[in-house]
Design a protein around this ligand. Sequence first.
Ligand code: ZN
Length: 254
Amino acid sequence: MSQPSSGTAVSAVPVARDLVRITQAFDFVARAHVDQRRKGEGAEPYINHLAEVAHLVAEATGGTDANLIIAALLHDAIEDVGVSRTQIADIFGEDVAALVAEVTDDKSLTKAERKQWQIEAAPKKSPRAKIIKIADKVANLRSIAVSPPPDWSEDQKREYVWWSSQVVAGCAGVNPWLEDQFAQACRSAKLPPAIDHDKESVADFLKRFEAIKAGLPEDFDDDQLKAHGAVDVTDDHRGLGIIIGQRHRTRGET
Ligand code: ZN
């Protein structure tokens, strides 16, 4: 009889070892987030969010990157429940720890600063971190559609769509399927003015949103937008772009 070693009941072949590590991560985050609930009116257990993000990442990558799925499960562990990077590295390895650190906000910043930082940092992230970021935004947007925080106004929901669209636009190009999930989440959320990907690109959507916020007429042109301080920064990912305009203080949180 072989003896249990390195924390597993039997010595596992590589694929089986990945399954063990993923279920270990599931158990770990279920315990770490046990007292946390979602902010929506349904106050869903937080593990639902982590499971959804991990599932989206697994689907998006065809289940080929176990560490990325584990990092998706752990993506809020440092930020929300004070798990340390070292602890994650010790249990799940340096690659997972680095991924989780990459998608963790700097808590020394104010909430508004963190939101702005997410927009500015998104294009600089590694492709794998971008996949987690988009999956997180898809899950959050879906939650706002079906179980919005009870104290949120329509204006706050709009702000959230606006902000998360900018973060996702900065992550564009890494996974078309996942980006399409975001587009679908926007569509099903029916949050005015929701992006309609059949009719406009993310860049056009953001321009339209900026114009509405600036009080411009519907047939605004780019010069009018620029006059209101919006700068069009178009990247080379699939023609998508981001507009970083005046800094918007984003209300509410998710
Ligand atoms: Zn999250």
